[in-house]
Ligand binder design. Structure first.
Ligand SMILES: Cc1cc2nc3c(=O)[nH]c(=O)nc-3n(C[C@H](O)[C@H](O)[C@H](O)COP(=O)(O)OP(=O)(O)OC[C@H]3O[C@@H](n4cnc5c(N)ncnc54)[C@H](O)[C@@H]3O)c2cc1C
Length: 467
């Protein structure tokens, strides 16, 4: 049988790690795999998806021996670098309904709302200290082209009797964010922010306490499939009954998955703490805020008064080869800083202390997909979180657990399982060339629309080709 070759991440240098990871000095805490070992379920990837899958399997089948193999350390991927915005899938219910139908869409959205409550419970019990603040998630518009971006999701929620979103007017947004760059929007109140690296490191600790074996600094380089797949790392070989591939954007290296996944980078900057300035402008709580540009802005303030300001860059790599630019873009966060100062001119004198990037695992439908490799019914995958994973990966853990344990239930039957009906993306070099052209058009469109100017027809057409 053909060996599956993985392409492990290029580990970020310490200076290029996220503010979140650096502020808690996160690093490896478990030994690398050495020699040979054996388990029932091997999980490749120690981010939220891998750790939630491990925890759910243990919850439901405590006798199952689960081992996580992580290339660098748990949380070193997207899970320890993200914007920390916690919100449910209700914001995507229109896309979910189109893909999986109304019943499944509602089940999945409610499951993410439950996941937010579960995170809250984990924090309240002291099990995971993650800095969760449920002060709301604001989805806003800062130009006429962005107005009503939320209308489809909000209308479906209302029709289904789910009063998840409340309208926001200019004065509400100014009062809650201290900025008048956005002037209309909606809010999901049972949502907010976390310190994402604390969440990842907390999940790692919980997994260890619950008897899950974790080996960090153990990049899986290849998997020999079979009745008992063999996972080869740089230092050892793990034999497993079943395998879960939870390696996020890096799964794009697997030829069978590559046609369904494309990888774009997102960039984040963190300012020096400026609690006085933020108090003065009235930005006091832990709400998460985003606008509705295609290259979306997402921001929050930490309880210490650091502003975290992120933006999708649309940056891509030929063949999805995720290199060092996906750890830290070369421009020192210039584009984010420009946008930060547009939204918060009051922060112009506050230094930006660090910038970093991370890869986003995108699918054409903007929703994840779960399943097993075509010829290998014991090798499963979870991928395509599309930049929205904090409340979604606990649900992914449920879906993956049902698949791995061979359960026939609402999770294993849900419409996110199975790649058959998903859109295949063009092969290289068409994909790379096309994506570059479309990305330029999107950026041009964004830059004009933010000034309430209308882009030309060619720009609109090209930007409209984005999946
Ligand atoms: C910049 C940025 C901002 C974001 N903002 C938000 C946000 O505000 N809110 C939100 O909900 N979501 C956000 N997301 C998305 C969210 O972070 C992800 O959806 C989530 O972390 C996905 O978890 P994961 O476990 O799939 O991926 P990861 O955390 O990336 O975990 C995958 C792990 O697999 C490991 N790995 C890869 N290849 C191998 C191999 N061969 N062998 C062993 N290990 C391997 C990697 O080292 C990595 O640790 C953002 C993402 C980024 C990049």
């Amino acid at each position: 049988m053909n060996t599956i070759t993985m392409r492990p991440p290029v580990a970020a240098a310490k200076a290029d790690r996220s503010y979140w990871l650096r502020s808690i000095e996160a690093d490896a805490a478990t030994p690398p795999l050495q020699g040979t070992a054996d388990c029932d379920v091997a999980i490749v990837g120690g981010g939220y998806a891998g750790l939630w899958t491990a925890l759910r399997i243990k919850e439901q089948s405590p006798e199952t021996r689960v081992t996580v193999l992580e290339a660098d350390f748990c949380g070193s991927g997207a899970s320890g670098r993200n914007g920390g915005q916690v919100h449910s899938w209700f914001a995507e219910i229109d896309m979910l309904r189109a893909l999986v139908g109304e019943d499944d869409a509602l089940m999945l959205c409610r499951a993410t709302a439950d996941a937010i409550e579960e995170l809250n419970g984990l924090q309240a019990s002291g099990a995971v200290d993650m800095g969760l603040r449920l002060d709301g998630w604001l989805w806003t518009a800062s130009s006429t082209a962005q107005e009503g971006a939320w209308a489809a999701a909000r209308d479906i929620c209302l029709a289904l009797g789910e009063e998840r979103f409340q309208p926001l007017q200019r004065a509400d947004i100014l009062r809650r964010t201290g900025s008048d760059a956005s002037y209309v929007g909606i809010v999901e109140e049972r949502a907010g922010t976390v310190q994402p690296a604390k969440l990842a490191i907390g999940l790692r600790q919980l997994a260890i306490e619950r008897g899950i074996a974790i080996h960090e600094r153990s990049p899986v380089v290849e998997i020999a499939p079979g009745l008992r797949p063999q996972l080869r790392t740089s230092g050892g070989v793990l034999s497993a009954g079943k395998v879960v591939l939870a390696a996020n954007a890096w799964l794009s290296a697997i030829p069978e998955l590559h046609p369904y996944l494309y990888v774009v980078s997102s960039q984040v900057v963190a300012t020096a703490p400026a609690p006085d300035v933020l108090e003065r402008i009235g930005w006091t709580d832990g709400a998460s805020i985003c606008d509705a540009q295609h290259h979306v802005l997402y921001y929050q303030r930490t309880s210490e008064g650091t502003v975290i300001f992120g933006r999708g860059t649309g940056g891509i790599a030929y063949g999805d080869r995720i290199d060092d630019r996906f750890n830290r873009g070369g421009d020192g966060g210039a584009d984010n800083i420009r946008e930060l100062h547009r939204v918060y001119p009051q922060l112009k004198d506050v230094p930006v202390l660090c910038d970093w990037s991370g890869p986003i695992d995108c699918t054409a439908e903007h929703l994840p997909v779960f399943g097993h490799l075509k010829d290998h019914p014991n090798i499963f995958y979870a991928m395509g979180f599309n930049g929205t994973g904090i409340a979604q990966t606990p649900v992914a853990g449920r879906i993956m657990t049902s698949l791995v344990l061979g359960r026939d239930d609402a999770w294993s039957r849900c419409g996110l399982v199975g790649i058959g009906k998903r859109t295949r993306l063009p092969p290289e070099p068409l994909r790379y060339i096309g994506a570059r052209v479309v990305r330029r058009a999107i950026r041009r469109k964004n830059d004009l629309e933010i000034l309430n100017r209308k882009p030309d027809a060619v720009t609109r057409f090209l930007a409209g080709l984005a999946p």
